[in-house]
Design a binder for this molecule. Sequence first.
Ligand code: NAD
Length: 511
Amino acid sequence: MASPGTLKYDTQPLYIAGAHHTTSQTFQDIDPSCDRPLADICKADKVTIDTAVEAGKRAFPSWSATPPMERSRILLKAVALLRERNDDLARVETHDTGKPFTETSTVDVVTGADVLEYYANLIASGGLNGETTQLRADAWIYTTKAPLGVCAGIGAWNYPIQIALWKSAPCLAAGNCMVYKPSEFTPLHALKLAEIYTEAGLPAGVFNVVQGAGDVGAMLTSHPGIAKVSFTGQVATGSKVASAAAAGMKYVTMELGGKSPCLILPDAELENAVNGAMMANFFSTGQVCTNGTRVFVPESLLPAFEKRLLEKMDDIRPGDLMDPNTNFGPLVSKVHCEKVTKYIHHGINVDKAKLLYGGLGKLSLPKGINGDGYWVKPTVFTNCTDSMLIASEEIFGPVMTILPYADNTPLYVDTLIKRANGTPMGLAAGVFTSNIDLAHRLVARLEAGITWVNTWGESPAEMPVGGWKMSGMGVENGRRGLQNWVQNKSTLVEMGGVVASVFEKVERAKL
Ligand code: NAD
């Protein structure tokens, strides 16, 4: 624990049954920009998890029976509070994640609030309605949707408040209660969000927050009172969580990692393609799950692409995270910084890829900026091949790999698609081309749940997003996202009596 007065934030309690909940054990939250403690965080244990799940269970009968229109009003009030406090919340996210304020104040809180608004409006306009099927003249089927119960949300550290909102918004809108556990690296937003929900009128126990690392997440996942686990994180962790949830036959949504291909076609508009590749690799210091880290560039375009990319790399500006000019921050934690650095080292020394920009060594920061944080250089490798480690494993940092391809053979598109799909992951993919016909034909063949044409990264509330293959299960956002938080009940109604029963009395004489 740091000495009193040295931390930016007070000790953060948990939030259970509409109130702060303190525990005797704490862990420390670190400011990634300078490697200094930000806050002590109360850590949940088994008893606290039981208390949080019980709070959810107590709140569930009344919240699930609250008419959708009334639930919607409460959630919309929370949206208004989120927007009103955008900059305060964004500042907290900047301290916690190391992302520049230019980013957190325009993306993180905004895109989270958008999703809450989307689901609040959807449930008020029939989004939870079922279907009716006329089966025969005197029989029909109707379906209804019931909430699941108390659900667990387990978040990653790259978009803390956005992830908390992308999970809690459809969960609560559908009439469920939630126990949310943020990443132990970025815990600060969760208490603020819980307080906003309460201020908006959410009944006590509907949204609860517990804090801690993987052990706390595992306790939640295996808790018998939890009906569903919505998880965002690494593929390896997701596999463990899904297995544990399967033992209790719990519903799961898995939003996992990727190694997404960004396909530049020979006829792509160069400036747009370079901008797309930059967004797909350096936004948020490369810590975006859908990053297009495998950039396929045709040999015919390679020199021009690299030249323009190098010119644009100088527009990456690390610095004071609150400075409106800064667009590049440190990585989130020491352990993550070590991991990314190891990949860069491997790319140079083992894969022997050609280093076009960045690499190892200290990133040069403007005067007066503390360099003790987890800063790495934005890095570009070129002439990469598919089998290189840096081109096949998720790095989750600002490391672009350029994979040139021959575009002078008639079947080059087939080879390109095969290479693009040659990964166990399938989160995102994108195509840059002026030929819109070709774009759609390529998109149809890409094995990924999220695809873009001539752009990269936008993920609005209306768009269902989720990975294929090892990148996940289920989707978040859009109309489909709500269906992952309800269970279906089908009812067959017969007005003509039970037909053709084998149990009817048979008259012997007729036999
Ligand atoms: P992580 O898997 O290390 O941790 C994620 C969460 O799981 C944390 O809250 C952690 O405490 C918890 N956890 C760890 N072990 C657990 C266990 N055994 N049981 C239950 N919970 C456990 O992931 P991370 O490093 O925090 O996040 C980065 C990863 O998240 C990247 O792979 C990235 O691609 C992925 N991600 C995916 C999406 C998406 O929508 N697909 C979005 C953001 C991030």
